[in-house]
Design a protein around this ligand. Structure first.
Ligand code: F6P
Length: 404
C-alpha cells in the first residue's frame, strides 16, 4: 500500500519543457498506481480570467495587476494541491515557472505537510527555443495576434521572466535537468523523497508513445535511381501520399516533421490537409544524406565514373564518408539532434509523425532500436509501408505496416 506523499515543483523559464516533463512524470507514476495530479498555473489563468494575458506587459515584474493575479492563481493551485494530498492523492505536481526566489519561499512555507522536490528544466538551445515559441503561439490565446506579433510578445514575456529568474541553489531537494537531452545536471537531496529512484528514471528516459516513421513517396529521381538532389514526387508518389492521408484520418496527428526537401513536404501536405489541426515542421536535421561529389548521380554512374568511391563505400558503408559530403557515421549527430528537437516540440503528444528519407529513416530507427552499426545502412525502408514505433518505460514496439 503506497501512503507516501510528495510535492513536485517545476521551475524554469517558459518553453523549457516543464509541462512535457510534468506530464511524463504524471503518466508514469499513475501507471505505477501512484496517484498523481498536475496543477498548472497557465491553464488556470486561461480558465478564470477574461483579461487579455497575451500582452507581454501582463508579465512585467512591475505590473501590479498582473503580479497580483498570477500570485492569486499560484495560491489557488497550492491550496488545491494540498487538498489533493490530504485526500487520496500521492504526488501533486505544481507546473508553473516558479523562477523567483520569493515565489519558491512562499511555496516552501505553505507546503509543510510533505517533502518538496524542485525540478528545474534547463534548455538554452537557441534554434529549439525558437521552434518551441512558434509552437506555443499556435495556442488559442494568441489567435488575436498575427504570427510575428505573437512571436515578439512571447519572446518579451520570456525576457520578463528572465529578469526575476534565480536558478535553484539553496532549496532542500532539487534536480536540475537538461530537458532537451534528458540529462540530470545536478541533484541535491536532503530529505527522504518518496519514489525518488522511479522519478529519476522517468526523467532521463526518452519516451515516444507512437511515432509513425514514413519515407517520402516515389520521386522522379527514384525512378532514375539517382541519389540526393531535391526532386518532386511522381504521380505514383502523390497517390502514395494521398493513401497515407486516408489511412491516417483514423488517428490524430498534431505535428508532422519533414526534412527541408520537396519530396518529404509534398508527402506531408495531403496528410496535414486531412487532419483537423496539424502543422508541418520541416527540419534540416532530417535532410537526406549529402552525397557530396556524387549528388544527383545514379549508382551505376558512380560505379563507372568513380569506382574508387563506389567500392570503398560498399566495403564499409556505415563509416564511408562521400568526398565533400556525409556518411552514416557523420549523420548521427544531426539525426539525434533532430529526434530530440521533434520530441521536445511535440511535448509528450500521443502521436507524432516524421517523414524522412531512406538513410535518415535508417538512422532514426537505429536510435530507438539497437542495431549493430554495420547493419544500419541496410535496414529495409520501403515507400509503401511505414514504421510504427513505441518506446516507453514499459513497452517497446517496432512494426512495419502497409497503409494501403
Ligand atoms: O535513393 C534514395 C536515397 O534517399 C538517396 O538520396 C540516398 O543517397 C540514398 O537513398 C541512401 O541510401 P544508401 O545509403 O543505401 O545509398
Amino acid at each position: 500500500m503506497v501512503t507516501e506523499k510528495l510535492y513536485i515543483v517545476m521551475v524554469g523559464l517558459p518553453a523549457r519543457g516543464k509541462s512535457t516533463i510534468a506530464t511524463r512524470l504524471k503518466e508514469n507514476l499513475n501507471k505505477n498506481h501512484i496517484k498523481t495530479r498536475i496543477f498548472n498555473n497557465g491553464q488556470l489563468r486561461r480558465q478564470i480570467t477574461r483579461m487579455n494575458t497575451t500582452t507581454p506587459e501582463f508579465y512585467a515584474p512591475d505590473n501590479k495587476t498582473g503580479v497580483e493575479l498570477r500570485e492569486r492563481i499560484a495560491l489557488i493551485n497550492l491550496n488545491r494541491a494540498k487538498r489533493y494530498l490530504e485526500n487520496n492523492g500521492h504526488v501533486a505536481i505544481l507546473d508553473a515557472t516558479n523562477v523567483s526566489l520569493k515565489r519558491r519561499i512562499m511555496i516552501a512555507s505553505m507546503l509543510k505537510d510533505a517533502p518538496i522536490l524542485f525540478i528545474e528544466c534547463i534548455n538554452n538551445d537557441h534554434s529549439i527555443l525558437e521552434a518551441s515559441i512558434w509552437r506555443k503561439i499556435m495556442l488559442p490565446e494568441f489567435q488575436n495576434l498575427d504570427k510575428d506579433a505573437a512571436f515578439e510578445s512571447f519572446t518579451q514575456r520570456i525576457q520578463y521572466y528572465e529578469s526575476i529568474y534565480k536558478p535553484l541553489a539553496t532549496e532542500r531537494n532539487f534536480i536540475k535537468l537538461d530537458s532537451l537531452n534528458n540529462r540530470i545536471l545536478k541533484e541535491e537531496i536532503t530529505d527522504t523523497i518518496p519514489y525518488y529512484d522511479l522519478l529519476r528514471d522517468f526523467l532521463v528516459t526518452d519516451t515516444v508513445k507512437n511515432l509513425f516513421l514514413i519515407r517520402h513517396g516515389e520521386t522522379t529521381f527514384n525512378l532514375e535511381d539517382r541519389i540526393g538532389g531535391d526532386s518532386s514526387l511522381t504521380a505514383k508518389g502523390m497517390a502514395q501520399a494521398e493513401a497515407l492521408a486516408r489511412y491516417f484520418t483514423k488517428k490524430k496527428i498534431p505535428v508532422i516533421f519533414t526534412s527541408k526537401k520537396k519530396r518529404t513536404v509534398q508527402t506531408a501536405q495531403p496528410i496535414a490537409a486531412k487532419q483537423k489541426d496539424c502543422v508541418i515542421i520541416p527540419l534540416e536535421e532530417f535532410n537526406e544524406i549529402h552525397s557530396g561529389v556524387c549528388e544527383c548521380m545514379s549508382y551505376e554512374e558512380i560505379r563507372k565514373k568513380m569506382p574508387e568511391v563506389y567500392y570503398a563505400r560498399r566495403k564499409d558503408k556505415y563509416n564511408y564518408v562521400y568526398p565533400g559530403g556525409e556518411g552514416y557515421i557523420t549523420m548521427k549527430e544531426r539525426i539525434d539532434r533532430g529526434i530530440k528537437k521533434a520530441l521536445y516540440l511535440t511535448g509528450g503528444s500521443d502521436n507524432i509523425m516524421i517523414i524522412g528519407h531512406r538513410a535518415v529513416n535508417r538512422m532514426i530507427l537505429s536510435h530507438f532500436l539497437y542495431r549493430r552499426t554495420e547493419d544500419v545502412p541496410y535496414i529495409y525502408i520501403p515507400q509503401d509501408k511505414f514504421y510504427h514505433i513505441v518506446a516507453t518505460q514499459t513497452k517497446k514496439l517496432f512494426q512495419l505496416r502497409p497503409y494501403q
